[in-house]
Ligand binder design. Structure first.
Ligand code: SF4
Length: 395
């Protein structure tokens, strides 16, 4: 239950309104998680709950609004449901067994198949007379017959979930392949106004835990104390990992041959496509006159006066690359058409989203022909520690 959402297998329950999705959710959790009623469209916003599901391990199961919603609000809900669908690992597709095939559900299912999602097809209302057309359509997908009233079919659903294999879901851990048992690593974590009160941020915590899991020793210091402690060390650290914003100070305080990288670069490798981000960095110098640059973040963190995405990066870009570029900021993924107007996207570390969501974003940006890089690489480049900061990852 303590596994972060970003690390859980994402299971989405989808289908038309009143197909029985919320009852599936409640029966799966064996308690009332979603509100159910006979009125179509009772579920408005996606409802996500965590559960441990057999071989899948920690899962985040989401009950979504019906995909046949209409009207202005309904279309917004449908958009949210489709977004969840795009980024999930397993789809539980729910359709009423007693009704004919709706063209909308046919097209949704085709899309799910095209996206190569793991699919479990449920035919609900198994206590009612089944519709022959629906049965014939569903038979290709090995449907499970479900009775939401007496729970028939749920044993089979759990069995089926237990057998799902998420082979390609392996997300690298922060220091996977970079350290060995017994290595010593320094982490530099500035505690400035941007740092949350009383705690470390997720990339720092995850990295510490990963190092401990790998039987490594770690020293966590602020950038101000780094030199003082580094100079007293009797052993050379295998790696120094810093917050990207402290790159310049850290690089100046440690020897030139000391392997150095940043949390953000580790997360670019873990979640995104580091090679593509490097291509993006190489394209910074060729930024054309008047180019539009989009800064993209993945969560609504509290902004400070000298905020990295909206203030620091635009300022550095204008100072060091060219003055006449136009910066815009977003947390929402623009459409393919909108993306084509940008020369470059500079993305945050994406620590709050799954690698699937990040990879989806990267793929769409790549398809649009727009360059993409991330905060860590850009800050490494402007601070003169590129390519040094990526070298430890390519050894
Ligand atoms: S998701 Fe992005 S913006 Fe949010 S905390 Fe992580 S790196 Fe920062």
């Amino acid at each position: 239950m303590t596994t972060p959402l970003a690390e859980s297998v994402r299971v989405v329950i989808t289908g038309l309104r009143n197909a029985g999705k919320s009852s599936i959710m409640n029966n799966l959790f064996e308690k009332n998680v979603s509100i159910i009623s006979d009125v179509p469209g009772t579920t408005t916003d996606p409802v996500t709950r965590k559960i441990e599901l057999g071989n899948l391990g920690p899962c985040a199961v989401t009950d979504t609004a019906g995909l046949d919603e209409s009207g202005e609000l309904g279309l917004q809900r449908k958009g949210k449901s489709l977004e969840r669908l795009k980024t999930c690992d397993v789809v539980i597709f729910v359709s009423r067994g007693d009704k004919g095939v709706d063209p909308e559900e046919r097209s949704i299912l085709n899309n799910i198949i095209l996206q190569k999602k793991k699919l479990i097809f449920l035919l609900t209302c198994s206590d009612l007379e089944s519709n022959p057309e629906k049965r014939e359509w569903a038979d290709d997908y090995y449907p499970i017959l479900i009775n939401n009233i007496n729970g028939d079919g749920f044993k089979e659903l759990r069995k089926r979930l237990d057998k799902v294999k998420i082979e390609d879901n392996h997300e690298l851990t922060p220091v996977e392949g970079l350290v060995n048992e017994g290595d010593f690593v320094i982490l530099v974590t500035p505690i400035d106004l941007a740092a949350p009160k009383g705690r470390l941020i997720m990339p720092q915590v995850e990295t510490i835990r990963d190092l401990l899991d790998r039987d490594c020793a770690t020293l966590v210091v602020k950038e101000r104390e780094l030199k003082q402690f580094y100079d007293k060390l009797g052993v050379k650290p295998k790696l120094v990992i810093t917050d990207s914003q402290a790159f310049a100070r850290v690089a100046a305080d440690i020897p030139h041959d000391q392997p150095l990288t940043s949390f953000s670069i580790l997360f670019a490798r873990k979640k995104g496509d580091l090679d593509l981000f490097i291509q993006g960095i190489k394209a910074v110098e060729s930024t054309p006159k008047g180019a539009r640059i989009l800064v993209m973040e993945s969560c609504a963190h509290h902004r400070q006066a000298d905020d990295i995405g909206t203030v620091k990066i635009p300022r550095l870009y204008k100072q060091l690359v060219r003055q006449d570029v136009h910066f815009e900021f977003t947390r929402k993924m623009p459409s393919d058409i909108e993306l084509k107007d940008y020369y470059m996207v500079i993305h945050c570390g994406g620590c709050m989203i799954t690698s699937n969501v990040m990879k989806d974003r990267v793929e769409i940006i790549k398809r649009s022909g727009t360059y993409i890089t991330n905060y860590g690489l850009f800050l490494g480049w402007v601070n003169g520690v590129y390519p040094r900061a990526i070298e430890p990852l390519y050894r």
